[in-house]
Design a protein around this ligand. Sequence first.
Ligand SMILES: Cc1ncc(COP(=O)(O)O)c(C=O)c1O
Length: 401
Amino acid sequence: MPTHSPWRADFPGILALEAEGQTYLDSAATAQKPRAMLDALLGYYTGGAANVHRAQHLPGERATRAFEATREKVAQWLNAPGAEQIVFTRSATEAFNLLAYGLEQRLQPGDEIVISALEHHANLLPWQQLALRRQLKLVVLPLDSHGLIDLTHAGQLISSRTRLLAVSQLSNVLGCWQPLQPLLALAKAQGALTVVDGTQGVVHGRHDVQALGCDFYICSSHKLYGPDGVGLLYGRPQALEQLAHWQFGGEMLLHTDYASASFRAAPLGFEAGTPPIASVIALGASLDYLNNLDASAVSAHEAALHAELQAGLQQRQGMRLLGTPNVALASFVVEGVHHADLAHLLSEQGIAVRAGHHCAMPLLHGLGLSGAIRVSLGLYNDSADLRRFFAALDQALELLQ
Ligand SMILES: Cc1ncc(COP(=O)(O)O)c(C=O)c1O
């Protein structure tokens, strides 16, 4: 059954790209934005910009109220108990770095940090570099043949030496939900801190950080139909208290003289300097927009796109699909065809997909690949986009195979 997106017209970017002959199938890299978000962005600047948390004047109060309202909305979106548990960073990547620096002094040589073989570089490199700085061991959980973190190995590798587990909820390459609950339970049984990379997961359905029971949950605005320049870090109060301050400057302090200083607790103690005010306010508008959609209609639409994408890929000869995706995101290679050649021919036909290692170089190498093509859809995509993609794919494969 062909699917039509009733929300497509809400996204000027997707319409503009379509008018230009571009089919956008790269939403896992960054999503197009709803008009409501663009209006909020423009409204903030045209209504009079002002800095937050420091001015007594009316524009400053107004900006602070709108900025803090987004913190409330994010807390509600994730079902965090309170807005003070949400820290705004400049990206998900910065949030991982915040944790790695913030926890550094708590870790001793020989301690172990556990990640998995499918992590995005953002959830690999901050820990790898921390391990090098502090002589820690970075333990990598292997995957099973479906692309899921292998629980039997996890049971052996997560041990009393494990001080922190950091794993992805949904792989940006394999598109499959990871077995978070048992993994978090294994780590918690050892008294380890738990970090969930929700950057892709948060985009599909609603997630409850309290039900998950993780210490930290990280995601970014720009994949969640919000503006770029904003990352989100949720922390349990007891976990946030363990973080040392890491970036220093305006607004994050309580008192300073020339010799020493004392600092605020989270969240403001971890938001040094002027934050991305306009983007945070506009993220609030994206969340309002998403909240007003019929959630079951969105998930039915995404499930239909997922099914159509899977069926279409599986019908093509020589197709090797990576993992077993649960959402409308699929990475693949085709036997005898270099992914870069295929990407080139697809983009010549106006198909915007991602090609390469997808910021998960060790995962791709582990699969024996230097790269793959990834197709990822948003709620504005429809069957017509997929038809254009498959027509272009067939044409490219006819030339290359
Ligand atoms: C799974 C995953 N984690 C982390 C990130 C990093 O997000 P950002 O680039 O917004 O910092 C990404 C972005 O592609 C991602 O897909």
